[in-house]
Write a protein that binds this ligand. Structure first.
Ligand code: ATP
Length: 455
């Protein structure tokens, strides 16, 4: 982990936030390469889950066709949202968590509260209760909206993006012609005043989530839960996380929140231990019902397109695949890091999947004369309209290759003596180190196929 953190700093992937002032615990800044990597991960997620999702197919083992739309909700929301979601409930009191039922209880009330799992007993008395020590529950960051700083102006920085989706459920149904089953997706910042931020970006106080709330009928929810559980696991392996380090762990029924019918975590074996990248849960109709109750609005779903016999009004069940963009970025960084021996030297190479690599290709004139820089610059200008490419003419070619290996650039394209006579360039593959010649005019299509799968 130390080697990776040092590479991230040295090459501009991740910096401590406000570092010149000593930083701020739990906050991180992505540098020029880190921002590209994280954007590529978010774009891959959006393309694979939302924009590129084919809603008329039944591909990938889905129980039936479904649509997927996106939203981008505000970070500050009406504070009642967080009352309904349960986040406000224990805001400023000393709280204990139960690792058994995942409940959170006011420490001064546990003697009077019934255990949600075993109502005949009080919290802490059942065999399954595993209470933590009491601590001030300060998960949500509080702020004030408007000029007045009193209790009427309190708002919270959202601790998850999911609630923005739930409160827009009706808006989306009314405007987008979606029919159950369908999903609403969102990528955005979330904030948690974590008691103990640690393990680099893994547990931060400001982070980004990539969440889907997938609405379906209660009867089909188990099938959809299985679908999303498998689909999300495969997304990570398709992008290069090897399955021997990636674990799909089903929660034991004892671990489930009281309203959940199933939950699985996608976990990755980080250098600091196996930890969660994403949770996929069947949340039943809990969230929509909470918002119905607190807002007084009807969030039932009614499908008037169905044949008469099938027409009915119901509160949809929700399958929630909830991923962290920063944790995914950290996992892809860890997986990519390799040291190998090349020509008697240790080479550090980041083996990113070409879709995720921050720089797709480096364009290198072999020497700074004989018209090579001009030809290389011409190729660079053509490519940069479509890809993030890098031009470098400084230093020995071997050193330039190593610099690109260390930031994970999959291809180095060298303009050399032969280019001037036959208009071909040398393409060097980061992983196999093989070199081949490709016609310069074919490079844009060739690179597109390599980095996106499209020519
Ligand atoms: P953990 O148990 O690790 O705190 P969680 O179960 O509370 O995570 P969720 O509330 O399910 O997490 O959030 C969904 C996803 O958001 C997580 O799987 C993770 O990828 C991301 N996430 C949650 N908290 C953080 C954090 N403090 N820093 C970075 N990412 C986070």
């Amino acid at each position: 982990m130390e080697k990776l953190v040092s590479l991230c700093k040295r090459r501009g992937f991740v910096f401590p936030s406000s570092e010149i002032y000593g930083g701020l615990n739990g906050c991180w800044d992505y540098g020029p390469l880190g921002v590209e990597l994280k954007r590529n991960i978010k774009e891959a997620w959006w393309k694979d889950m939302v924009a590129g999702h084919d809603d008329v197919s039944t591909l990938n083992g889905a129980p039936s066709a479904y649509s997927m739309v996106g939203v981008d909700c505000s970070i500050l929301m009406n504070p009642q949202v967080w009352v309904a979601s349960g986040h406000v409930g224990g805001f400023s009191d000393p709280m204990v968590d139960c690792k058994g039922c995942k409940g959170r209880f006011r420490a001064d009330q546990i003697a009077d509260l019934k255990c949600p799992e075993k109502p005949s007993k009080c919290v802490g008395e059942s065999d399954k209760c595993q209470l933590t020590d009491a601590r001030a529950f300060n998960l949500m960051f509080k702020t004030n909206v408007g000029a007045l700083e009193d209790s009427s102006s309190i708002a919270y920085l959202r601790p998850e993006t999911a609630q923005g989706i739930f409160v827009n459920f009706k808006n989306v149904c009314d405007t987008s012609r979606v029919r159950v089953p369908f999903g609403i997706a969102q990528i955005g910042k979330a904030f948690r005043n974590e008691i103990n931020p640690r393990n680099f970006t893994f547990r931060s106080r400001e982070f980004e989530q990539m969440e889907i709330e997938f609405f379906c009928s209660p009867e089909s929810s188990e099938g959809w839960y299985q679908y999303w559980r498998n689909r999300r696991y495969r997304w990570y392996t398709d992008l290069g996380l090897k399955s021997d380090k990636l674990i799909l762990r089903d929660h034991h029924p004892d671990e489930l929140a009281h309203y959940a019918k199933g939950c699985a975590d996608v976990e990755y074996e980080f250098p600091f231990g196996v930890s969660e990248l994403e949770g996929i849960a069947n949340r039943t109709d809990f969230d929509l019902r909470q918002h119905m109750q607190h807002s007084g609005k009807d969030l039932n779903y009614f499908d008037d397109q169905e044949p008469d016999a099938a027409k009915r009004r119901f509160v949809p069940y929700v399958i929630e695949p909830s991923a962290g963009a920063d944790r995914a970025t950290l996992a892809f960084l860890c997986e990519a890091y390799h040291e190998d021996q090349v020509e008697g030297e240790t080479r550090i190479v980041m083996r990113f999947h070409p879709r995720l690599a921050p720089i797709k290709a480096a364009i290198l004139p072999l020497v700074k004369k004989e018209g090579m820089p001009e030809k290389a610059a011409e190729l660079y200008r053509t490519l940069r309209k479509r890809f993030n490419v890098f031009y470098d003419e400084k230093g020995a070619i071997g050193r330039r290759y190593r610099r690109q290996d260390e930031v994970g650039t999959p291809y180095c394209i060298t303009v050399d003596g032969q280019t001037l006579s036959d208009a071909t360039v040398t393409v060097r593959d980061r992983d196999s180190l093989e070199q081949s010649r490709v016609a310069m005019g074919d490079i844009p299509g060739w690179l597109a196929e390599k980095v996106t799968g499209d020519a």
